[in-house]
Write a protein that binds this ligand. Sequence first.
Ligand code: ZN
Length: 347
Amino acid sequence: MKYYSGPYFSEDGFIQAEVLVDKGEVKDFEEGGDRGEKVMIIPSLCNSHTHIGDSVVSEPPVGSIEEVVGPGGIKHRELSEASEEEMILSMIGYINRSESNGIKHIIEFRENGLKGLSKLKIADERSKGSIDLNVMGRPSEKRYDRQELNKIISNASGLGLSAYRDWDEAELKKIADHVKNGSTSLAMHCSEDVREPIEKVLELDVHHLVHMIEADEEDLKECADDEVPVVICPRSNMFFGKIPDIPKMLKAGITLSLGTDNAMISGPNIFREMETAYRIGMMQGGIEPEEILMMATWNPRRSLLGSRKWRQRDSLMLLEHDEKDPAHEVVSVTTPNDILRFVEIIR
Ligand SMILES: [Zn+2]
């Protein structure tokens, strides 16, 4: 048994705490305690938006959004040329790298219908770690197919669709109605490249939206009023010359989480994503580093992963800590090399 103590990132911010660890599990937790090795204690990190399959793409992804991830672009060309084993191996590499980087929870938008889901399932089983992989599937084509949709829903945590404007409205409405009746969730990309009609998107009863960088203040307010959380992916946006206005989104009252998006554009490193979001926020008038850390820990647990507090299988991460302000340290100094260990929370 071993004691660790130091700043602990609770749902309300940092407090002093102590944990007693035995055989990799938390046996006791005490607020205010200061026995044992000095560390920083934070919930394991969540990567709230990925496209893991893109890790097979080897060509440098240079060009506009359309040229890189659009139909017939670099991504789709390389994905269609890759063998099944190449795809699976690259996905295993991505999952293992995520865990080395402190990520224990992933929300993945899996493309290519049932085939896409089965490849990821194999990769997840063959990866060595214990990642909580929440997979949102999607139909193989942009139309409503009742049978296919039922199979996708039973093999995934929900649906994660491409941008609203990619879809025929009537087909999309049928899918949304099907999902509602099947009591699963529908998430989608929105207002990444151009502003999309938020009222029509919200009518679909979406679970969460990804990007919203081209949304105006009214759109953001409507999202906040409907309690629809948003995942932002600043490094991916910046790659295409765009920057999410993080203070504006927070001011509108939106619950934000962070994702790394397409695997060939950004690796699964949430420390880098937090640092980028923090520096963008500072350029836009200032942001508290604790707000940023919330986006990688408590916000996704509360708003995306369907749990009020801890996940069924969850963990704390113990980090090196050198007595600086912990929130500033973790978002702008800490790297995956500072991870000392994970400890399991047994509920
Ligand atoms: Zn995406």
